[in-house]
Design a protein around this ligand. Structure first.
Ligand SMILES: [Fe+2]
Length: 394
């Protein structure tokens, strides 16, 4: 009897030890992607297969081997400690405009359950030996012509995502815009990974800056609060402003499309107040000298303004934001949401003093911007040109 007791206890202890065993190594699960790019900063984001400490090493694009010398390390810190997580966002600072930086990701699993954190297995890193290191170019306000590609309303359709981005590295846009509803539901980080970021990571995101405009579907599901964790901004909201070449870009959040009291939101929606706060931020943003003096002004917002009798969200966006954007002398707005292409000319919506291009859920928009014009080519998934628009900048 005693022997049986000891066997049972030993088995239980072994099971307990196994349950407490932490992964000893971590690899890149999804990513990297690069957001919040400016002339001097950028944020590298990736997810790892388990909780670990992540860091980035950076090298100039000078033709040297990544192994030529010890490279500077950048960590993500919180209150004096390097963060241990399975989502990593590392901010690089003090960069030069229009300059390519090569970078490498590192992971080290740490047992941080006790008083003294203990490094576990080996350090893993992205490959810089048998493939070229990841590389990103910072933005540059002195660049005369810039380009970007916009896709939207993918709703997790991998084949469409792949069709539009498989050749994007050859096209070499300065950045890529996701204009909302890239997934239908934000259940968790895994939805973002499987919905489109795994494909984006394979096709372009380590090497091209990403601008993510939140759609109304990214507001749905328990994982909605992960949005800023995965796509951080300097404003800590999805609305922000950035500059590249001759253009100032306003990235605007839209909230949901129905009234806050709608049964679909179960009493959790507070978008009326949120949109009011966003309008206050927008007033200050467009009043800045940097915005006012930019030769070209472009708005990126998922839900477009409608002529009349739109849904509540559309109507509120129009009431709150359109007067500010008109006064700010915006040149063009790019939207999605409707799943159908349209080009809304200046003045066609009872009050819009700039045109709005609404991209469908199956096409992409390739945009070139100079001081004089904004050229927008709408292409289908095969690359066939469907629509061409040129907006002259006054
Ligand atoms: Fe939408």
């Amino acid at each position: 009897m005693k022997r049986v007791f000891f066997v049972v206890v030993a088995t239980l202890l072994a099971c307990l030890a196994a349950a407490q065993e932490l992964p000893r190594t971590a690899d890149i699960k999804c990513g990297p992607w690069v957001v919040g790019v400016s002339e001097s900063e950028m944020t590298i984001v990736w997810t790892s297969t388990s909780r670990c400490m992540g860091w980035v090493e950076v090298a100039p694009d000078d033709g040297s081997s990544f192994y030529a010398e010890e490279r500077p390390r950048y960590y993500e810190d919180l209150m004096g400690r390097h963060i241990i997580s399975d989502v990593h966002h590392v901010r690089l600072t003090n960069l030069k405009p229009g300059t390519v930086y090569r970078y490498r990701l590192f992971q080290q699993c740490i047992d941080d359950r006790g008083h003294s954190p203990i490094p576990l297995g080996r350090v893993t890193a992205s490959n810089v030996y048998s493939r070229k290191p990841f590389a990103i170019r910072t933005f540059d306000k002195s660049k005369e012509e810039i380009s970007f590609t916009m896709i939207n309303d993918i709703h997790g359709r991998d084949s469409i995502m792949h069709a539009h981005t498989k050749d994007i590295t050859a096209a070499k846009p300065d950045f890529v815009v996701f204009n909302g509803d890239m997934v239908s539901f934000m259940g968790s980080v895994a939805d973002i990974e499987s919905g489109f970021m795994t494909r984006a990571s394979k096709n372009f995101s380590p090497d091209f800056p990403l601008v993510y405009v939140r759609g109304n579907h990214e507001a749905r599901g328990p994982g909605y609060s992960e949005f800023l964790n995965l796509f951080p901004t300097q404003t800590n909201t999805p609305s922000y402003m950035f500059f590249h070449g001759p253009a100032a870009f306003l990235v605007l959040d839209c909230g949901e499309d129905k009234p806050d009291s709608d049964i679909e939101y179960g009493g959790t929606a507070a978008y009326d107040k949120y949109r009011e706060q966003m309008a206050e931020w927008l007033k200050q943003a467009v009043a800045s000298e940097e915005f006012k003096t930019a030769p070209v002004k472009i708005v990126l917002m998922h839900i477009p303004f409608e002529k009349s009798a739109g849904w509540w969200g559309n109507n509120e966006l129009k009431r709150l934001l359109l007067p500010i954007l008109n006064q700010a002398k915006v040149d063009v707005m790019l939207s999605g949401h409707n799943h159908v292409y349209s080009f809304r000319k200046q003045g066609s919506l009872n009050g819009n003093e700039f045109p709005i291009l609404v991209n469908s859920n199956n096409d992409r928009v390739e945009v070139k911007v100079t001081k004089k014009e904004i050229r927008m080519n709408v292409k289908d998934a095969t690359g066939k040109l469907l629509h061409e628009h040129v907006v002259n900048v006054e």
